[in-house]
Design a protein around this ligand. Structure first.
Ligand code: ATP
Ligand code: MG
Length: 442
């Protein structure tokens, strides 16, 4: 891809309306464009990143045995009346009438709809557990949309739902998602900590929020620093190993605001390990038993008895994650954004110095591009006639993790290659490709 032909509308300065780094940067480098209050279009750069995040989320859902479905954005009010949430949800829900005067709504979440899908076909406990998820746009008419796509009105969410016969089975499902979240955030190169959370309007009693530390976050958290050291991987998906994994984290005090209790905090965390700071909620998981299955009369047959199924729900803010990664990875000191290679819009930027009457650097760039492509490395060539330092500045802002600079300093088949925030090296193209490929494997 040539930069001159790409749709990456870069602004000269940070837009004044943006208060936090992620919002500034996303507008500045043309990742998103606001279309109305709290509603955004995703432009190629931003959309590419979001799709890569989505794919990682999807793979880690599949890996714990969840099945992907796709429910509509527009729902009928009927099932929401059955559960009682049509009234309770309040003004955050966008209500619509169709031409038949039927009450519809734009889904803010999907507990009701997925339960309706489940109850219409699953009759026996033998089909349990069922873990279903979808990745779909949600609408919540937030009172104060702010910080760009971090708290907006239309946003992209992965939401999963589990159906089990017993509490014990349901905890197993809960723990599968707990593990899949740890794996997902690790692949995104984020340190997201599970914190005991309030269950809010969804109801129930067991819940964790996954939080990444950031000064600009809206969640207040109280935690024992040692939780950051917990080893978060297990390959065995089995009841006891997963419940042990969760216990490893629960050994350390870590809660959000609503669950905070000063005495408990001070009693269970030695002073030197106490951390009281702010974070961004990127995921939230709930167990709520039969809270919805009862009013929605959703039961399976178990030895001739009707048992209400036990449910949980599990959300990840896929679009919010784009901003959250910026908040976590942008380096204030040197003004460099560095995307984790797993989600970077391109693997590498090829930055040639281009003189008016000399196309040789552009030709070299094309050859490098083709070679990288043959190695499955996705590059972008800056073919514009900007000077080299302006180009590098621009790519430091965009955040593609690797740069190949083709100018005075390239000699023969050696090029200047650097990690965006690292020291330049002189390497040939095979060595460059192998470094990038290695990084992509991790
Ligand atoms: P919050 O406490 O931030 O309002 P929530 O508890 O209402 O979030 P959930 O219903 O658990 O959110 O939704 C799952 C995930 O969706 C959240 O963890 C968050 O990452 C994301 N999310 C929720 N609301 C928004 C929003 N208005 N804009 C962008 N992402 C959101
Ligand atoms: Mg929440």
């Amino acid at each position: 891809m040539y930069f001159s032909k790409s749709f990456i509308p870069i602004l000269k300065n940070n837009p004044a309306e943006a208060k936090i780094k992620s919002h500034q940067l996303m507008l500045r480098v043309g990742m998103i464009k606001q279309s109305s209050a709290g509603i955004y279009s995703w432009l190629p750069l931003g959309f590419k990143i979001m799709k890569k995040i989505e794919q990682i989320v999807r793979e880690e859902q599949d890996r714990v045995g969840a099945q992907e479905i796709l429910m509509p954005t527009i729902q009928s009010s009927e099932i929401w009346k059955e559960s009682g949430r049509y009234e309770d949800y309040g003004e955050e829900m966008l209500r619509i009438k169709d031409r038949q005067n039927r009450e519809m709504l734009y889904g803010p979440t999907n507990e009701e709809l997925v339960t309706e899908i489940f109850r219409s076909s699953v009759k026996s406990y033998k089909s349990l557990p069922q873990l279903l998820y979808h990745i779909q746009w949600k609408f919540r008419d937030e009172l104060r949309p702010r910080f760009g796509i971090m708290r907006c009105r239309e946003f992209y969410m992965k939401d999963a739902y589990s159906f089990d016969l017993t509490d014990d089975d349901a905890f197993f499902s809960y723990n599968k998602f707990f593990l899949s979240y740890l794996r997902t955030f690790k692949r995104l190169n984020l340190s997201a900590i599970p914190m005991a959370a309030d269950t809010g309007p969804i109801g129930g009693n067991l819940s964790h929020e996954f939080i990444i530390l950031a000064d600009t976050g809206e969640s207040k958290i109280y935690t024992d620093k040692r939780i950051f050291e917990v080893e978060s991987e297990t390959t065995i998906i089995e009841k006891s190993s997963l419940s042990n994994l969760r216990k490893e984290f629960e050994n350390f005090y870590s809660v959000t605001d609503e669950k905070f209790n000063k005495d408990e905090f001070e009693k269970s965390v030695p002073e030197e390990f106490r951390l009281n700071t702010k974070g961004i909620e990127v995921g939230h998981i709930f167990y709520f038993g039969d809270k919805y299955s009862k009013p929605l009369n959703t039961a399976v047959d178990f030895n001739g008895n009707k048992e209400f199924v036990k449910m949980g729900s599990y959300g990840i803010g896929v679009s919010r994650l784009v901003g959250a990664i910026i908040e976590a990875k942008y380096n204030d000191k040197n003004g460099i954004m560095k995307w984790p290679i797993s989600v970077s819009p391109y693997d590498c930027a090829i930055i040639p110095m281009i003189n008016k009457n000399d196309t040789s650097n552009l030709e070299k760039s094309n050859n490098i591009f083709e070679y990288l492509k043959s190695k499955n490395i996705d590059a972008i060539i800056d073919d514009t006639d900007e000077n080299i330092s302006a180009k590098i500045k621009k790519f430091n802002l965009i955040g593609i993790p690797y740069q190949i600079i083709i100018g005075n300093k390239s000699e023969g088949d050696l090029f200047e290659f650097k990690e965006i925030d690292g020291e330049p090296q002189k390497l040939n193209i095979e060595e460059i490709a192998s470094q990038i490929s290695k990084a992509k494997l991790n």
